[in-house]
Design a binder for this molecule. Sequence first.
Ligand SMILES: Nc1nc2c(ncn2[C@@H]2O[C@H](COP(=O)(O)OP(=O)(O)OP(=O)(O)O)[C@@H](O)[C@H]2O)c(=O)[nH]1
Ligand SMILES: [Mg+2]
Length: 433
Amino acid sequence: MAAQGASPRDGSQRPPVPQAAYQLAKDDALAAWQAKPRVQSRWLDTYVNYMVLGESGLGKTTFINNLISSYAVSTPARIQDSNTTTLSQFQGDSESLRTVLEPMMVPECSRRVIISIQDMPGWGDDVNLTRYLRAVASFLLEQRIKDYEKLDGGCNFDPTTMCGQLPHSITACLYFLPPHRTKKIDLVLMAAVSQLVPIIPVIAKADCMTDRELATYRNEVQGMLQSPNKYTSGRNMPQLDVSTFQFSQAIIEGLAMRSLPLAVSCSRDVEPCDDPAFLQSMGLEGLEKPVQPVRHYKWGAVYPLNRGHSDLIVLKRLLLGDRVDSLYAMLDESYSRYVAFCGLYEENDRQLQLILQDACQVGVPYLEYDNSVKARTALSSAKSAMTILTEENRMLAERLAEVEAEKAEIVETLRRKHGGRSVTSSGAGVASC
Ligand SMILES: Nc1nc2c(ncn2[C@@H]2O[C@H](COP(=O)(O)OP(=O)(O)OP(=O)(O)O)[C@@H](O)[C@H]2O)c(=O)[nH]1
Ligand SMILES: [Mg+2]
């Protein structure tokens, strides 16, 4: 075959044709001369799983509904049968309390971020707090075990590669604190749970406090989180340490967070937010019937999305993607906790019950304080009774030795008296004496 542009054999003339190289298609030309190879990006699934914990009735379920109300949901939580999130529903089917959002695409790093939020029963619904703590800790460990089985361990990989690769493990726990007063039980539960996942403390029902009360309470909570042992009583009790997730200063400033912990107001009631001029000014004119949560009182209304009323919007931006860097920091911490878990799990022959025991031992002595005080009192009375008995025993043994010595002396005297005939204490010699 004649090369393009060459003279044909018959000697006839043809118009000049462009050189072969210039006839390359664009993609081929790029591949031919680009400085680096080009690879199509591929979406990497990245999992962020939150859990919401705290006392019953603080508005956890309402908060979750408000938080995600504007997002598309791929797996909704089941509508709860009763007004409260029950321990039995959680233990029967924890998945039914989990909401999974539609994936969030982050093209800058080719990630498909899948966020889920696990609603939890509140403490106080079940009067047995030890059982409650065991149910929560066991759930956290079971989620880790699911990842351990899926990844076949997978704890020796480069942490950067593993960022967000734990579909089941809980990444962070939002712990709801009551308005006005944090209870010792809250400190104990936070300390126990934070051994397994980092805590993000949130003050609930902020609308129940005046600005001044909230400012004072925030300081009080910070003090309690820093030195929990100052606020819990009991000699010889385990040391408490609450490990909270530390957001970077850049994130705190970027979101203009005024003070921590964040304090939210939420509501089950909503009202339309459809002022066309407002929506247009915000570039949101395409929205269909937007609504916003509201709490109406005789003296006025609380709008949870309004920063002056609640930190709901700050938490939403912090947790659900607006600040992706805060998500990555949480995911890095989550993987390092997962690695520590793998070591412990393997050391304990992969027995959940053994590590569960460990995970609960910080909290259980406090939650069973009365029982453990009674047990300690009984132990110390038993120890003193033992000391008295040992002393009596020692005295009796001494007396016995003395009696034995006296007896041997008498036997010897009698033997000599009877001219060397054998004499025993039970024998006729002694009896006749
Ligand atoms: N004042 C006030 N009430 C709230 C707030 N958020 C929720 N509530 C109300 O508190 C009550 C309990 O709310 P839930 O969301 O069921 O509370 P929960 O923490 O999920 O309760 P459990 O499922 O029992 O643990 C409801 O009547 C809510 O309307 C709030 O920010 N302020
Ligand atoms: Mg609930």
